[in-house]
Design a protein around this ligand. Sequence first.
Ligand SMILES: Nc1ncnc2c1ncn2[C@@H]1O[C@H](COP(=O)(O)OP(=O)(O)OP(=O)(O)O)[C@@H](O)[C@H]1O
Length: 215
Amino acid sequence: MTIRIHIDRKIYPAQACAPARVLFENLSVELEDGEVCAIVGPSGVGKSSLLQMVAGLDRDFAGSIEGGAQPLGYLFQSPRLLPWRTVRQNLELVMPEHPGRAKDWIAQVGLAGSEDVYPQRLSIGMARRVALARALAVEPKLLLLDEPFASLDEETSKGMHDLVAVHLKKLRPTTLLVTHHWHEAAALARRVITLDGSPARIVDDQPVRQARAAE
Ligand SMILES: Nc1ncnc2c1ncn2[C@@H]1O[C@H](COP(=O)(O)OP(=O)(O)OP(=O)(O)O)[C@@H](O)[C@H]1O
């Protein structure tokens, strides 16, 4: 499904010790059905905020997001697992019709044997892998990945990268991938959008080949 994002204005209001911040102004992006697009930009520019708006979790802005596809797979920056459910139960929740597949997903993210462990006993990297499995297991039409390979060692990161690549190829979800790493963007995405400034604007938007050449 094509996604059309147009943000006239997104403001985070003033808080006790922080002034109001205009995060986005006149920002427009269109994603074709099945397009994999990486979002890069400096820390604090608004990448995670943009994902939350696309997901429909933040509707407090002037503008529109058209075509929000369901099912939605969303890997948040923090794992956001339900602490009162085991690893297996966290996954079963998103696939109530196929609970038997939870075990297979746990194995695919390299956590076989941790099925009955509660999230507080997992390292951050393990919890993020469960969260990645949860995002992919819903067989999303719209996939939002916020730094999917953070907190992972090199070998695990490569394994998770391959897992994501296989699923992007198989399911062809329209995908927004937030990353700080050009090699991740270049390996998984066909298009790279660079955000910068305050309010944030798109300072670069190009196919991966040209983006790599400009590196
Ligand atoms: N709920 C909120 N209320 C007020 N300000 C917020 C809120 N969420 C984020 N911000 C602010 O908005 C700005 C953008 O945050 P965001 O997390 O979207 O950036 P980011 O580009 O994803 O950063 P990073 O790469 O460090 O994860 C930051 O200055 C942050 O402090």
